[in-house]
Ligand binder design. Structure first.
Ligand code: URA
Length: 235
C-alpha cells in the first residue's frame, strides 16, 4: 500500500479531524513500530507497520463495510439539512468520513442496506453489469395476477418505456411475493408492480448477492461485515 502521512492515517482510522490528529501526534500519543513519532508529516505504509494510539494497537483498515437494517422514514443519503439519514444511524465507533449508502432504498423501504467508504465496491454492487441479485419481500395492495411471474421473467416495460431486465417473482401469498432483480432503477419494484396495476404497501430488502440481512440485526442497527460476509455480497 502507498505511503500516507501519519496525521492522515490517524484521522481516518480514529475518525477525528486532521488538526486533532496532528495535535495528538505532537503530544506523543502515536507510536510506529515501537517508537513515538511526533512529526505528523512523516509518511508510512499503514499495512506494513504497527501503529499505536495511546498505547493501543490501531488496526488499520483502508475501507469499512457496514450493514444497516434500515427502518422506515430514514433517507438513503450521507447528509441532509433537516432529515435523518442512514449515515446518521452509524454508531460513532464505526463512523468515518466519506461514508455513503451502496445504492438507495426509498424512504419507506426497510431492510438490508450496505454503507461504505469504498466507492469502487459500491459501484460493483450497483452496476447491472456485475449481475448481482437483490431480493425484496413485497406486500401489495391487491391480488397478484396469474400472469405476473411470466411478465417479470420476460422483463417488465415500465410506464415511461424503460425495459427492465428479466426478474424473478416468487408468490408467497395472494398479495405477497419475493422479487429478485439484478439492477436498481429508481423506484424499480414499485414501478414494476405499477405496470400490473398494483401498489406496494410494504417493501423490505432481504439480500444482496449471497449476503442475507442478518436475523439478529434489529431495525436501526448497524454493524461491520465480516470478511466472509463481504465476499458473499459479490457472489
Ligand atoms: N424498488 C423500489 O421501488 N424501492 C426501493 O426502495 C427499492 C427498490
Amino acid at each position: 500500500m502507498n505511503l500516507q502521512r501519519l496525521d492522515k492515517i490517524i484521522a481516518s482510522q480514529l475518525n477525528i479531524s486532521r488538526s486533532d490528529a496532528k495535535a495528538d501526534i505532537r503530544r506523543g500519543f502515536v507510536g510506529v513500530d515501537g517508537e513515538l513519532v511526533r512529526d505528523p508529516s512523516r509518511s508510512f505504509s499503514p499495512l506494513e507497520c504497527n501503529i499505536t494510539y495511546k498505547g493501543q494497537a490501531v488496526n488499520f483498515k483502508e475501507f469499512i463495510y457496514l450493514v444497516l437494517n434500515k427502518p422506515k422514514g430514514v433517507l438513503s443519503a450521507s447528509t441532509d439539512n433537516n432529515r435523518q439519514t442512514v449515515v446518521d444511524l452509524v454508531p460513532t465507533e464505526l463512523s468515518r468520513q466519506n461514508l455513503s449508502p451502496v445504492g438507495r432504498l426509498d424512504k419507506d423501504t426497510t431492510g438490508l442496506l450496505l454503507i461504505t467508504d469504498d466507492g469502487q465496491f459500491s459501484h460493483k454492487v450497483i452496476s447491472p453489469k456485475s449481475d448481482i441479485k437483490k431480493v425484496y419481500h413485497v406486500v401489495l395492495d391487491g391480488l397478484i395476477p396469474k400472469n405476473a411471474c411470466e411478465e417479470f421473467a420476460k422483463g417488465i416495460v415500465l410506464a415511461d418505456g424503460t425495459k427492465c431486465l428479466p426478474a424473478k417473482l416468487e408468490i408467497k401469498g395472494e398479495k405477497e411475493a419475493l422479487v429478485e432483480i439484478r439492477e436498481g432503477k429508481y423506484h424499480q419494484i414499485k414501478r414494476m408492480f405499477g405496470v400490473l396495476g398494483l401498489g406496494v404497501n410494504e417493501l423490505k430488502r432481504l439480500s444482496i448477492g449471497g449476503f442475507k440481512l442478518p436475523e439478529d440485526l434489529k431495525e436501526g442497527e448497524c454493524r461491520e461485515l465480516t470478511e466472509a460476509e463481504l465476499k458473499s455480497v459479490l457472489y
